[in-house]
Design a protein around this ligand. Structure first.
Ligand code: FES
Ligand code: FES
Length: 172
């Protein structure tokens, strides 16, 4: 049975007619054409489908449409676009952290939730622990964790904004 679900996505109110048992991931991709979020395991184990729900990272393959009524969702498209990249996306490019790119949207979303609450630059170990729910099949975790740390440095040190991010570090 179809139900009208009303919720906010990337700051805009959306109405979708769909079964309330449809996954949020499928609603985003099929009904709203937001294909940044990817499906991989489909059972909450890889983090590839991560989105923010009321500022908390969740696996959208585990959330049902009926659960998002009235809620706020932020997808990777709402974090930044090619023409207006988030500091994390810039750091991923600079560090070569995207590789095949399949897991990248999930990492960007989960890392954004992490960076939203940090007060000091996290260590590589802090980042590894925080990102443990996101898997990368290209096994490039070194570049990914470095990119997240580089973005954290930029966020916490506004004076570095005029500087360019080069591979491995922020430099002037
Ligand atoms: S596709 Fe959702 S956690 Fe893997
Ligand atoms: S970059 Fe290929 S799966 Fe992570």
């Amino acid at each position: 049975m179809l139900k009208t679900i009303t919720f906010k996505v990337n700051g805009r109110e959306m109405k979708v007619n769909c079964p309330s048992s449809k996954t949020l991931l499928d609603v985003l991709r099929d009904d709203l054409d937001l294909t940044g979020s990817k499906e991989c395991c489909g059972k909450g184990e890889c983090g590839t489908c991560s989105v923010l729900m009321n500022n908390e990272a969740v696996c959208s393959c585990l959330v049902l449409a009926g659960q998002v009524e009235g809620e706020e969702i932020l997808t990777v498209e709402g974090i930044g676009t090619t023409s207006s990249m988030d500091v994390l996306q810039e750091a991923f490019v600079a560090e070569g952290a995207s590789q095949c790119g399949y897991c990248t949207p999930g990492f960007i979303v989960a890392a954004r939730a992490f960076l939203n609450r940090i007060e000091k630059v996290p260590t590589i170990e802090d980042i590894q622990e925080e990102m443990a729910g996101n898997l990368c099949r290209c096994t490039g975790y070194t570049k990914i964790t470095k990119a997240i740390q580089t973005a954290a440095i930029r966020l916490l040190s506004p004076s570095t904004e005029k500087h360019t991010i080069s591979s491995g570090r922020v430099s002037s």
